[in-house]
Design a protein around this ligand. Sequence first.
Ligand code: RIB
Length: 305
Amino acid sequence: MKKAIVFGSLNMDLTIQCDRIPDQGETISGSNFLVNVGGKGCNQAVSAAKSNCAVNFIGAVGNDAFGTQIINTMQQYNIDTSSVQIRNDESTGVAVILRCEGDNRIVLDAGANASLDIQEAEKQLERIAQAGDIFFTQFENKIQDVKSMLKKAKGLGLFTVLNPAPAQFIEPEFYQYIDLLIVNQSEAKTLTGIYPDDDISSANVFSAIQGGTKCIITLGSAGSITSGREGIHRLQAYKVEPVDTTAAGDAYIGALISKMVQGIELTECMDYASKVSALTITKVGAQQSIPRIDEVEKFFKGGKN
Ligand code: RIB
């Protein structure tokens, strides 16, 4: 069975609702405080697993209660955690999240994510990788580590996917190790200097991406877009009432990969991913808000809502 291999971040999210962002030196009241497992890598892995994809995770947590909780949670979703390192030199990564006005603001302490043993991670990738697997990663670990892992995955003949979040510039020579880039609008701007907000500016982003690397741009409520041989393909977003946008992008990526692993045509994968991401924002939290495949199928029975 083909699988997804994720190299990425594992965080505990400490998240609170507030009516507005506090001013400098100000204390305001919040509500609905939640502690839940997150991290872009972990969220994307969980999203893929909830869509019935076999997932192996390569990453690191600290030797502490948050780390144990994260590993237990991933195992509950049947994610293979045998390549997750338990570090004694750093505590588990933590994200402090303010949920405000239907959006979020995140402050991250990378902790163990930034202290993992990269040689060991590469060894694990070599152990796990099989023909037809998809490797995907983000930018919440050390960039140098992400690059090493992408290079290694490519060398092992895997299809590689990068979500460069949080946004960072990628040196031109590095694009040869990336088969598919998935970016939101601000990440696209960081990579190319162009902010995509319509078909023309998106097409300009695609042309500006080095080496012709395939790219998907997620446009929030305006859907997602990619380029094909016959031009641009835009997929509409599904309309829902947003409650919390945390992990919407992560949910999209994991769901997309779950379908790509099955060899399904890219625009069909994007349509499924849009459904998963729409349902994700109707609930509070990161991966706890990501729907399972049966919930997606049930909700969207009969086509678009
Ligand atoms: O993309 C959402 C994620 O970003 C959160 O779960 C948080 O951990 C941060 O990494």
